[in-house]
Design a protein around this ligand. Structure first.
Ligand code: NAD
Length: 390
């Protein structure tokens, strides 16, 4: 169980680019980072509007002279300080992730970046090499993958409790964009423009969460081929999609289907994962994050509850609230930020042994998400053809 005790040399001097007053995801970063005192927010370029960003930063408790107009000023001024920032989180629209990450790494600053990480695998690989050369960590915030019941599913699969994996069923849908884009928010405008969002809308925006979580649960399975069908039900969003289905063939013969949509009118259901094996299935959804369905063929269905002693050690070790209380998204983000802090700590110590076995969403997780997107787009653009996973 995690109870806030010191697990790293702390606190890391932490800054944010983006995630300002009007940003959707900024608070999740601050919740995650500051939970255990592992990170201390010392600076930021929080907003495209520099004045609003400064005012916001001061309200968060950051010194006014460390609330910068943009990331370039942040890097230049922080580099000149003895107590300068050590790690920066990037919570800006997708198109700026690459340039901000690169500039931070070149200045010797660790990075925690939003997904989808960059636009291309080539960019991911270049940044991976740069991070290696500099001895720095790049973390990626796949928000719900720090939940104890995600670890539980992975442990049950690893123990063989499900038998051979046959079916992977993934869904992340909502209906918030079912209407047209007249008067759309800034957040929706940049998401539906290829220049700012990249080659996908919902596949990158929500599909990458599904894909990474499935990789955690099924690390031994690789996709051999996939077929992606994508569509913009609101025509102004084309060529980007507001709805997509992806069929996947895995190298053990398993079959997968994945559905992402932001036009699933009336749906608040969010994420759902079902992994079906030859003996049993597990199913988890963030609508009921405390509960894991465990369906053994021929036996009464079971609901496993987070924090209970019958769960696997790996799950209990990262539980924060205990079984009597709800464990949710904020707790998951805290775990992800903690794991990234432990990776940074190990990197600073030169402890490559620790890093080999330490589990956190890093550059590889970010790269694989972008690789999956590239394959989806290649298939969709070929008329929803089956493509070998490259
Ligand atoms: P948003 O449009 O709501 O907010 C973006 C914020 O960044 C705003 O405060 C804006 O002023 C600021 N900003 C934009 N460009 C900037 C720049 N160059 N320098 C400084 N500040 C800048 O967007 P959002 O929904 O918060 O999404 C941001 C990123 O987070 C995207 O990559 C998105 O995919 C990702 N995201 C991830 C999750 C998750 O669960 N991990 C959830 C939502 C969004």
């Amino acid at each position: 169980m995690i109870n806030g005790e010191r697990l790293t040399e702390r606190p890391l001097r932490w800054g944010m680019v983006g995630g300002g007053r009007t940003g959707q995801v900024g608070y999740k970063h601050r919740t995650g980072a500051q939970r255990d005192g592992t990170y201390k927010l010392v600076c930021g370029a929080f907003d495209l509007d520099a004045e609003r960003g400064r005012d916001f930063g001061v309200n968060l408790g950051v010194e006014a002279n460390r609330c910068y107009a943009d990331y370039k000023e942040l890097i230049a001024k922080e580099a000149a300080r003895e107590d300068g920032v050590q790690v920066v989180s990037i919570a800006t629209p997708n198109f700026s992730h690459y340039e901000i990450t690169k500039a931070c790494l070149e200045a010797g600053i660790h990075v925690i970046c939003e997904k989808p990480l960059f636009f291309t695998v080539a960019e991911c690989e270049e940044i991976g090499k740069l991070a290696d050369q500099k001895g720095l960590i790049v973390g990626v915030t796949y928000g719900f993958t720090g939940h104890p019941l995600v670890r539980q599913m992975a442990a049950m699969v690893a123990k063989g409790l499900l038998g051979d994996i046959r079916i992977v069923d993934l869904q992340y849908t909502h209906g918030f964009n079912a209407g047209d884009d007249v008067g759309a928010s800034e957040a929706l405008k940049w998401r539906t423009n290829p220049k700012t969002a990249g080659p996908t809308f919902v596949l990158g925006d929500i599909g990458t969460h599904l894909y990474y979580l499935s990789e955690i649960v099924l690390p031994h399975l690789k996709i051999e081929k996939l077929l992606c069908d994508r569509k913009a039900f609101i025509p102004s969003r084309a060529p980007l999609e507001d709805h997509a289905t992806v069929l996947m063939h895995y190298d053990n013969g398993a079959r997968g289907r994945l559905w992402v949509s932001s036009v699933n009118a009336g749906n608040m259901g969010s994420q759902r994962y079902r992994f079906v094996g030859s003996k049993a299935s597990v199913e988890w959804s963030d609508s009921h994050p405390d509960q894991l369905l465990y369906d053994v063929q021929g036996e009464p269905n079971r609901i496993l509850h987070h924090g209970m002693p019958y769960l696997e050690e790996e799950s209990l070790a990262i539980d924060r609230m205990g079984a009597l209380h709800t464990e949710g998204l904020g707790d998951s983000w805290s775990n992800i930020y903690l794991w990234i802090a432990q990776a940074i700590d190990a990197k600073k110590r030169g402890d490559e042994g620790f890093l080999k076995t330490h589990h956190y969403p890093g550059i590889k997780a970010g790269t694989e998400g972008v690789r999956w997107l590239e394959n989806c787009v290649r298939s969709a653009d070929a008329g929803s053809a089956w493509v070998d996973f490259a």
